[in-house]
Structures are given as C-alpha cells and as structure tokens.
Write a protein that binds this ligand. Structure first.
Ligand SMILES: Cc1cc2nc3c(=O)[nH]c(=O)nc-3n(C[C@H](O)[C@H](O)[C@H](O)COP(=O)(O)O)c2cc1C
Length: 202
C-alpha cells in the first residue's frame, strides 16, 4: 500500500454568480484540511474556463492542444482523488461540470471520487445519481458515502458550518473512504508505471 500522502481535490461544480456552492466547497475543503492524512486543494471551475467540448477526437485518443484544456488537464493530473461538489439544476448536475469531465480521460483514470450534493428539497441527490453513471466511464472509482444538503440557502450558519451537525459526520466518513481508495489506487497506478517502464526498457 502506498505511503505517500494522497492529494485530494475538492472540485466546485458551480460557476454562476451568487452560487451557494462556494460555501459548501469551502466547508468541505476546510474540514478535509484538518486531516493530516491528505493534502487538500479547492479547485474552482471558474479558474478553468473551458471551451464547450467540440474536439474532433475523443480525449481517449488525443488531448486538445487548446491551452485552456491543457491547463485543466495539468491541474486534474496533479490529484490522487476528488470530491465533486455539485448543485442540482433541473434534476441534474451543471453543464459546466459535464464539460469539464468530458474534456479529459486518462487524468481521471484509477482515482477515487466522492460526492457532495446540495440543492432544494432533494439535497442534490438526482445530480449525484447522474454523476455516478458518468464517472464509471472515466475510470473513476466512486465511494458509497455521499453528503446531501437540502435547502442549501438555509443550511449554513454565520460561522460557515452546516446547521445540521450530521453533515460533518457524513463528510468525515466520505473523506475516510476517498483517502483509503486513494492509497489503494496509488499503489495500482505506481505498479502500472513500473510495468510500463520495464516493458519500454526491455
Ligand atoms: C437553473 C436551476 C435549476 C434548479 N433546479 C433544481 C432542481 O431540479 N432541484 C433542486 O433541488 N434544486 C434546484 N435548483 C435550486 C438549486 O439547487 C439551488 O439554487 C442551488 O443554490 C444552486 O447551486 P449554486 O447556487 O451553487 O449554483 C435549481 C436552481 C437553478 C438555478
């Protein structure tokens, strides 16, 4: 099992002005940053404005040479695991997040992902369910535990913490699972790299 401290990115999937997602993502990232067993980075899709995906080739065959896509690929490649923070828009997750996912392929492979959903009454559950269908094709390994925050507009106090104390407990369990899988998959990716090197030098 890998002994390297996994690098986990909290990816904020909402970019609209006045978004509630910033508070949700900051809370998750701050909670994770209290742990000594992971390195945490909050990644805001606003900092990675991407063209709408229209490449003639699939990212499985060739990464776009557009510098915006290259910058996004380099950022995602740095991580050993992810937490996607997603709102629910019309029973789904935001198009900006789908676009960011579709631009890449290998950068996502063999890494764990956990989900923090939020929204109205359903707490983002339908957005998370949709993401679960999509991430499998990207070779991401999804964990079971998920944080769902209903009525997000009233879910946080002035201290930036969720009013419902259950969310922190669930988020800790989610972080445990992502960290465990990050170690397992780091070992797998390291072994694959060694094998590739051995094959190349044979
Ligand atoms: C276009 C749009 C569609 C929405 N559809 C849903 C929905 O289907 N289910 C739900 O629970 N909330 C829905 N909401 C409420 C959002 O989840 C809520 O406004 C949340 O704050 C959006 O995240 P954001 O502020 O980070 O962008 C919708 C909001 C918008 C703007």
């Amino acid at each position: 099992m890998s002994t390297r401290t996994p690098r986990i990115q909290v990816i904020l999937g909402s970019t609209r002005e006045g978004r509630a997602g910033e508070q949700v993502a900051r809370w998750v990232a701050d909670l994770a940053a209290q742990r000594s067993d992971v390195d945490i980075e909050l990644v805001d899709l606003r900092d990675f404005p991407l063209p709408f995906f229209d490449s003639p080739t699939s990212p499985k065959r060739a990464l776009s040479d557009d510098p915006r896509v290259q910058a996004w690929a380099a950022k995602v490649a740095e991580a050993d695991g992810y937490i996607f923070v997603t709102p629910e828009y019309n029973y789904g997750y935001p198009a900006v997040l789908k676009n960011a996912l579709d631009h890449l392929y290998y950068q996502w492979n063999d890494k764990p992902v956990g989900f923090v959903g939020y929204g109205g009454i359903a707490g983002g559950i339908r957005a998370v369910q949709q993401l679960r269908q999509v991430v499998v094709e990207l070779g991401l390994v999804q964990v079971r535990t998920q944080v769902l925050i209903p009525k997000v507009f009233a879910a946080f106090g002035n201290d930036g913490q969720p009013v419902d104390g259950m969310h922190a407990k669930t988020a800790s369990a989610l972080l445990d699972e992502v960290t465990d899988w990050a170690h397992i998959l780091l070992t797998k990716r390291d072994a694959a790299s060694v094998q590739e090197l051995a094959t190349a030098s044979a």
